[in-house]
Write a protein that binds this ligand. Structure first.
Ligand code: ADP
Ligand code: ADP
Length: 238
């Protein structure tokens, strides 16, 4: 059973077709890059995967659940199993790296927390572990707005990891980073995906980055899936 399956999915906004008859599977533990120019439908596809959008046609199965058939509480439970990483990081700049990572637990704790020490000790230990895995344990007390863009995105990855997700959806996670930071963020995501067996579906408009990072390359153009190939068949020299 794939972690994510789209079957004949169509989506329109105000009568304009954004995705047309898209079928796609993300197997367990795979890193799948979703490429295509701006406006191709990448964000819409990622939002369909966690129920932020529902399809007009076809079906979505995420971790064995159909978001369109989920009650509100079931959808909340499903989303707790799916991490989301955004282009703009989504961190609270005036809070420390550690506090931002701990926020990854709020979906399951369902209580507002004030300050690092208000979180259970076991969670604090896990938060430092996740920061260590993205190479930022030493920066844990630093305010996020003093970190570089690449460091901030790795804090966002650590925050998502605290959720113990089975699937990570990343929407242009490196679009605002320089090339060196982009490679570091993608390598970090790839390593963790391999170590933990987490599937990643990551939109990237730079095809070169997709080819060097992903196991599978999917391309969208004007809402149509035009390519779905293992990266090795596209770069035999790799
Ligand atoms: P990408 O992520 O590949 O840039 P998007 O999925 O963001 O593409 O957008 C695909 C198309 O759908 C664009 O033309 C965009 O303007 C349109 N679109 C996306 N979301 C909405 C929305 N909520 N309402 C209307 N149009 C939308
Ligand atoms: P992204 O950086 O993911 O491409 P956009 O700037 O395209 O994001 O869109 C930002 C938000 O606006 C999203 O929630 C998207 O669904 C919505 N949106 C995008 N295009 C349109 C549109 N033409 N009409 C209404 N909402 C849109």
């Amino acid at each position: 059973e794939p972690v994510l399956r789209l079957s004949g999915v169509g989506k329109s906004f105000n009568g304009v077709t954004v995705l047309d008859d898209v079928s796609l599977e993300v197997p367990r533990g795979r890193f799948v890059a979703l490429t295509g120019p701006s406006g191709a439908g990448k964000s819409t596809l990622l939002r369909l995967a966690n129920g932020m959008h529902l399809p007009d046609r076809g079906t979505v199965s995420t971790l064995g659940e159909d978001p369109a058939a989920c009650s509100r509480s079931r959808l909340r439970a499903l989303r707790a199993r799916v991490g989301f990483v955004f282009q703009q990081f989504g961190l609270v700049g005036r809070l420390s790296a550690m506090e931002n990572v701990l926020m990854g637990a709020l979906a399951t704790l369902r209580l507002p927390r004030y300050g690092v020490m208000s979180y259970p000790r076991a969670l604090r230990v896990r938060a430092v572990e996740q920061l260590d895995r993205v190479g930022l344990a030493d920066q844990r007390f630093q305010r996020c707005d003093t970190l570089s863009g690449g460091q901030q995105q790795r804090v966002a990855v650590a925050r998502t990891l605290l959720q113990s997700p089975e699937l990570i959806l990343a929407d242009e996670p490196v679009a605002s980073l320089d090339p060196a930071a982009s490679v570091l963020v993608l390598d970090t995501l790839k390593r963790i995906s391999t170590e933990d067996g987490i599937s990643v579906l990551c939109s990237l408009h730079q095809v070169e980055l997709a080819l060097t990072t992903a196991d599978q390359i999917v391309a969208l153009r004007d809402g149509h899936l035009i390519l779905n190939e293992p990266a090795t068949t596209l770069t035999p020299a790799r």
